[in-house]
Each structure stands twice: as structure tokens, then as C-alpha cells.
Design a protein around this ligand. Structure first.
Ligand code: APR
Ligand code: PHB
Length: 389
């Protein structure tokens, strides 16, 4: 098979890139290791920056998002029983949209299918060949049958555990990583959200987050130990613990119910540099991971897609390689800012095993500064709604 852009990975990065390229008449083939049902079974954060919303509009995939997504003009932050609000719209003129990543992915699949885009599922043994030449190709197999795609470019959108990053020779690649000494235990429940806005809670018992998907679907998280297993936590134990970590007034109105999903995610900050090698471009989780505090994962993947899509457009429409040549540098500049924000917000909100009494006082002082200082709130709001591309 021949295509212009071979895309490895059918998560949100790969699908969004494929659909955007399609709007410009640029051909791509998406290779996905799992089934569509499996990809759509993953539950991830659900806060979209305007930049991503704009890309989904450009891709023709924003209809349901505008009809069903929730506009959030601010967020709540609590410490103990104290709670304050950071108003995004007041400080930046922009809100965020609460709409699940699973739904974004579902809309992108629907758009690719409506456009008869080629997506190969359950591919195995994907190998990137000759990415440093003018004639790269990808080999893989489906059901034991070997296949090959010749292409102009390869987009590595295969997530943290994919093969694309490893295709860049070790002596040209540098990786930066921070592993956090705790995880997030998350549940989804068919109950009304405790508040119409998200609550990020710093408590002496550890972090908690109250989030949502719709009026009757809530997403809650509590910081947990890395050795915990989801089955160690009964629903009752989860609700009890959550109530102890959020302000009493909120806990009193929390509606509990059976969980319909329960899982633990570790927290990690990770960046690989560069994000390009020859005709291979890395996009999204394959190149960087953020801890979920602040929901920057999908949004940072989207900014990569923006730079790569525009670079490829410039190449095909104007014969210029300026955009693809500056891809890695431009994408990384924004990636590191998202890394910094996610690290800062995580550090502010969690309990760390080695935290001293002094460190705890510093957290409270910083929360009180944020609560009372407009410039600090503006800095947080600008990062939360998304820095410009
Ligand atoms: N070959 C083909 N596909 C692969 C391979 C492979 N060798 N390895 C992984 N994949 C697929 C995965 O099955 C997955 O569907 O690549 C896809 C990568 O998708 P994501 O992990 O969702 O990554 P990305 O599309 O970059 O989305 C970033 O997802 O993980 C969240 O927090 C992250 O919100 C962010 C967003
Ligand atoms: C979520 O709704 O899953 C969510 C929201 C905000 C975050 C992380 C996760 O910062």
C-alpha cells in the first residue's frame, strides 16, 4: 500500500492528525494495535482547551462536543475546609470545555469512517523502516499476514508504550523523567456531580479531585499508594475517603452510588527529545507524559498535532519544509511549559512521603497566595485554559 502519511496509533493524536490532513486532501493510513472497542473503553481526563476545540472544529468533529460539552468558566481549589475559585474567563477571556476524551475519540472515529479513511486494527509487529531516508516505509502484520506501507512521512502517535520513540537511535535521543511516589485511584459513577465545577482538593489525607462527564455521571479521584490495587478499595471505602478529603460542606451534599469503573493510574512526567528524526515525527503520549493534575495530556498531544498538521500542509501545499523542520523545536517549547504547569500543580496539591512540616507550610502559603493574588490566579488560569500555540 502507498500513502502520504503513515500514522502509527489510533488514539486521539493519530485520529485527529489523520482527519485534519484529510480536510486538506492529504492521504493517510492509521495503524492501531488494538480494536476500536478497546480504544473506546479507555477512560481518560475530560477537559478540553480552546486550542483543541478549534482543531476539532477544523476537522469537522465538533458538533456533538458543542451540543453536549459543558463550558466551565473556572475551577475550585480547596485545602482542608477552605475553598476558593479561580475564574478562567475573568483572567483570560476563555473557558475550558468538559467533554470526555473517550467521546472525542468516538467522534474522530466516526469522522474517519464517514470519510472512508483507512484504519487498520489489530496490527502487530509494526516496524519503522528507513525514517532517515527520502523513502520511509512501515512493515506490520494483520492476522499473521505481512504488510507494508510506503509513504512520504511517518507520524508516531502510538502512545507511551508504542514503538515509534524507540525507532530514534539511542545516541540521538534524550529522555527526561520524574516518577511520582503515589497514584490516582479513580471511579466513575452514575451520580450527579458534587459541584457544577471541578474541585481540586489538597487535604492532610492526600489529594482528591471531583470531576464529571455529565449531569448524572461523575468522575472522582483520590491520591493512593502505588502498592494499592483497585480491588482493595470497596466503593464504600472510596466514598468515605473522598468525603474526608473535600470541604465538609461539599462532603455533606455528595451523592454516592455504585462505581461503574475503578482503576489506578501512576503519575509520571516524561519528555523525549527530539520529536523528529528524518521523516519520523513523534506526537502525543509517545513523546511526553504529564501527571493528570490539570488535564494537560490530551491538550498537549493536540498542540503537537497542530504543529505537525500545519508543517505537513505547508510541505504539500507550498512546497516548504520550514514547518516540518521546526516541528520538534516548536512542539517541545510548548510541551515543556505544559510539563512545568502539571508538575507545579501536582506538587502543590499532593502529599509526598518525604514532605517535612516546612514543606507542608509552604504548600499552604502558596495556596493562600494563589487565593488572594490576582496575578497568581491569572498565571494559573492562562496555563489551565491552555497557552497559545
Ligand atoms: N502499533 C500500533 N498502534 C499502537 C502501537 C503499535 N506498536 N503501540 C500502541 N499503539 C496504539 C495504542 O493502542 C493506542 O490506541 O497507539 C494508541 C496511542 O493512543 P494514546 O495512548 O491515547 O496516545 P495519544 O493518541 O497520544 O493520546 C494522548 O491520551 O493517554 C492519553 O493522557 C493522554 O490524554 C492524552 C492522550
Ligand atoms: C477527569 O475528568 O478525568 C479529569 C479532570 C481534570 C483533571 C484530571 C482528570 O485534572
Amino acid at each position: 500500500m502507498k500513502t502520504q502519511v503513515a500514522i502509527i496509533g489510533g488514539g486521539p493524536s493519530g485520529l485527529l492528525l489523520s482527519q485534519l490532513l484529510h480536510t486538506r486532501g492529504i492521504d493517510s493510513v492509521v495503524l492501531e494495535r488494538k480494536t476500536k472497542e478497546y480504544v473506546l473503553g479507555r477512560i481518560r481526563a475530560g477537559v478540553l482547551e480552546q486550542g483543541l476545540v478549534g482543531l476539532l472544529e477544523e476537522a469537522g468533529c465538533a458538533g456533538r462536543l458543542h451540543a453536549e460539552g459543558y463550558v466551565h468558566d473556572g475551577t475550585l481549589i480547596s485545602y482542608g475546609d477552605e475553598m476558593f475559585r479561580v475564574d478562567f474567563t475573568e483572567h483570560t477571556g476563555k473557558p475550558v470545555i468538559v467533554y470526555g476524551q473517550t467521546e472525542v475519540t468516538r467522534d474522530l472515529y466516526a469522522a474517519r469512517e464517514a470519510a472512508s479513511g483507512i484504519i487498520e486494527f489489530e496490527v502487530e509487529d509494526v516496524v519503522i523502516n528507513r525514517a532517515d531516508s527520502e523513502a520511509p516505509f512501515v512493515t506490520y502484520s494483520v492476522g499473521g499476514e505481512p504488510r507494508r506501507i510506503d509513504c512520504d512521512f511517518i507520524a508516531g502517535c502510538d502512545g507511551f508504550h508504542g514503538v515509534s520513540r524507540q525507532a530514534i537511535p539511542l545516541d540521538l535521543r534524550r529522555e527526561y523523567e520524574k516518577v511520582y511516589p503515589f497514584g490516582w485511584l479513580g471511579i466513575l459513577s452514575e451520580t450527579p456531580p458534587v459541584n457544577h465545577e471541578l474541585i481540586y482538593a489538597n487535604s492532610t489525607r492526600g489529594f482528591a479531585l471531583c470531576s464529571m462527564r455529565n449531569e448524572n455521571l461523575s468522575r472522582y479521584y483520590i491520591q493512593c499508594s502505588l502498592s494499592d490495587k483497585p480491588e482493595d478499595w470497596t466503593d464504600e471505602a472510596f466514598w468515605q475517603e473522598l468525603k474526608r478529603r473535600i470541604p465538609a460542606e461539599e462532603a455533606a451534599t455528595l451523592v454516592t452510588g455504585p462505581s461503574i469503573e475503578k482503576s489506578i493510574a501512576p503519575l509520571r512526567s516524561f519528555v523525549t527529545e527530539p520529536m523528529r528524526w528524518g521523516r519520523l515525527f513523534l506526537c502525543g503520549d509517545t513523546a511526553h507524559i504529564v501527571p493528570p493534575t490539570g488535564a494537560k495530556g490530551l491538550n498537549t498531544a493536540a498542540s503537537d498535532v497542530h504543529y505537525l498538521y500545519n508543517g505537513l500542509r505547508d510541505f504539500y501545499e507550498n512546497g516548504s519544509s520550514a514547518g516540518i523542520d521546526s516541528y520538534s523545536e516548536k512542539a517541545l517549547r510548548r510541551v515543556w511549559k505544559a510539563e512545568r504547569f502539571s508538575w507545579w500543580f501536582s506538587s502543590l496539591m499532593h502529599r509526598y512521603p518525604d514532605q517535612s512540616e516546612f514543606d507542608l507550610k509552604m504548600q499552604v502559603a502558596e495556596l493562600e497566595f494563589l487565593r488572594s493574588n490576582k496575578a497568581a490566579q491569572q498565571a494559573m488560569a492562562e496555563n489551565y485554559v491552555g497557552l497559545p500555540y
